[in-house]
Design a binder for this molecule. Structure first.
Ligand SMILES: Cc1cc2nc3c(=O)[nH]c(=O)nc-3n(C[C@H](O)[C@H](O)[C@H](O)COP(=O)(O)OP(=O)(O)OC[C@H]3O[C@@H](n4cnc5c(N)ncnc54)[C@H](O)[C@@H]3O)c2cc1C
Length: 417
């Protein structure tokens, strides 16, 4: 009987592991507790809005190599949308000031020598401080590395860091922000074009992966929760699901691609982050006649951080939203709608139909302390491996980080076979 790799969890990390294992010619069985795949990155039909929405706005950058590779394998490389040139428009909700960050084409940002090309009011010295992020030790926070009194901090570093790390830059790990800067802004304009799903997250990242796995005859079981793991010495000997228990034979392997708290419950002894940060997404139907083409803008001086417009829906994302997550949907809508009105210049329009989506455990808290708790892909069981945005990829907990974690787990499994 041929051996099987059981991948548990069909979020991006599990899908990535499954895709890379199948591509390498292995028999894969992917099991997912929910009745749908995608985990924290998916789309669904919302009855209130009468519209399909994403659980939260997700932005990737053209320099995300694992994203490009994954989308190419599953045949969804044309499913993302972005401007023809890297541009990040911002609006200050308090002063009404607007500016656009336009990275240089080359790797050396010569244009920053000209004050008119820099973020308004900022100095070249504030940009140069960014190098401190690359030199930072594991205990340093983003705020400790930068000039946090200067205009560049408020108008660029802070919104960038909180969106990438979903953690206030006061406490976020500098070492986690650096690889993102190096791989995108550090490689010039072509590597930092912002990209969003043209239709929806599931249409880009999830459904094409499931179809690809199906065509390759991988087994995918939704609505199948792993309840416990049976061990025999240094190996896993069985997997207990609600309906059945599967014996794990000598050649089988398991990739656990579940959130960190669940991985720890299933396999005691796995070290993983245990603090989380929330994200609140507020989706509003735009009034007829307002500008509705796909766009996004960074928000400064309010509670939202990014505003995305797609297909008649305006969605505001607030990262590191621990202080908002317990407020009522009505209160959050009342707080965030005026920010959309200002950013899009809608004039006096009442709050329309809306949906507030709260993800309490959107990502782990990407502080130096919690980052030190990342582990994997190997575990103390020689046939059990872990994947997930929380594992030790050296990258933040993002789509790119998840896809890298799945590929790394797949590669380590392949080495053992
Ligand atoms: C609101 C929001 C906005 C975000 N914005 C961005 C962004 O702009 N850019 C970006 O790059 N990233 C963003 N992220 C981060 C990104 O979504 C995550 O890093 C990524 O989706 C994590 O994928 P994962 O597979 O590691 O984990 P998950 O998506 O959590 O997948 C784990 C899967 O395991 C399943 N599972 C759990 N327990 C079991 C069990 N016992 N048996 C079987 N299955 C089980 C779960 O149901 C789930 O499907 C955002 C996240 C959120 C929540």
């Amino acid at each position: 009987m041929s051996s099987t790799v059981y991948v548990v969890g069909a979020g991006l990390s599990g899908l990535s592991a499954a895709v890379h294992l199948v591509k390498a010619g292995h028999k894969v069985s992917l099991v997912e507790a929910a009745n749908h795949a995608g985990g924290r990155c998916r789309s669904y039909f919302d009855q209130t809005l009468n519209h399909r929405i994403d659980n939260g706005n997700h932005l990737v950058l053209s320099g995300n190599r694992a994203v490009a590779e994954y989308l190419e394998i599953i045949g969804a490389e044309d499913s993302l949308w972005g401007p023809d040139r890297a541009e990040f428009p911002f609006v200050d909700l308090q002063s009404g000031e607007r500016w656009t960050v336009r990275p240089d084409r080359g790797v050396i940002p010569w244009s920053l020598l000209s004050a008119s090309k820099r973020v308004p009011g900022s100095s070249i010295g504030e940009y140069l401080k960014g190098i401190n992020l690359g030199l930072a030790g594991p205990d340093k926070t983003v705020e400790q590395c930068l000039d946090h009194q200067g205009p560049l901090y408020r108008k660029f570093w802070e919104p960038l860091a909180v969106s990438v790390l979903n953690t206030s830059p006061k406490e976020a790990s500098a070492q986690l922000l650096w690889p993102v800067l190096r791989e995108t802004f550090g490689r010039g304009e072509r590597a930092c074009r912002p990209l969003i799903a043209r239709q929806g997250l599931s249409e880009s990242f999830i459904d094409p992966a499931l179809s690809w796995l199906d065509r390759k005859e991988a087994m995918v079981s939704l609505g199948t929760r792993l309840k416990d793991i049976g061990c025999d010495g240094d190996r896993v000997s069985s997997l207990g699901f609600s309906e059945q228990r599967i014996d794990i034979s000598e050649g089988d392997r398991i990739v656990l691609a579940v959130p960190p708290n669940i991985a720890q419950d299933l396999a005691a002894g796995i070290v993983a982050p245990d603090e989380f940060r929330a994200i609140v997404n507020a989706h509003f139907k735009l009034p007829r006649g307002s500008r509705q083409e796909t766009s996004f803008v960074g928000l400064v001086g309010g509670r939202g951080h990014w505003l995305f417009v797609r297909d008649g829906i305006a969605s505001v994302t607030t990262s590191a939203a621990g202080d908002l997550v317990d407020r009522s949907a009505a209160e959050l809508a009342k707080m965030l709608w005026p920010e959309i009105v200002t950013a899009l210049g809608l004039g006096k329009v009442e709050t329309g139909v809306h949906r507030i989506v709260k993800e309490k455990r959107a990502t782990f808290a990407q502080t130096p302390l919690q980052t030190g708790r990342r582990s994997g892909p190997k575990t103390r069981w020689n046939n059990l491996f872990v994947a997930g945005d929380w594992t030790n990829t050296g990258l933040p907990a993002t789509i790119e980080g998840s896809l890298v974690s799945g590929k790394r787990a797949a590669n380590v499994v392949l080495e053992t076979l």
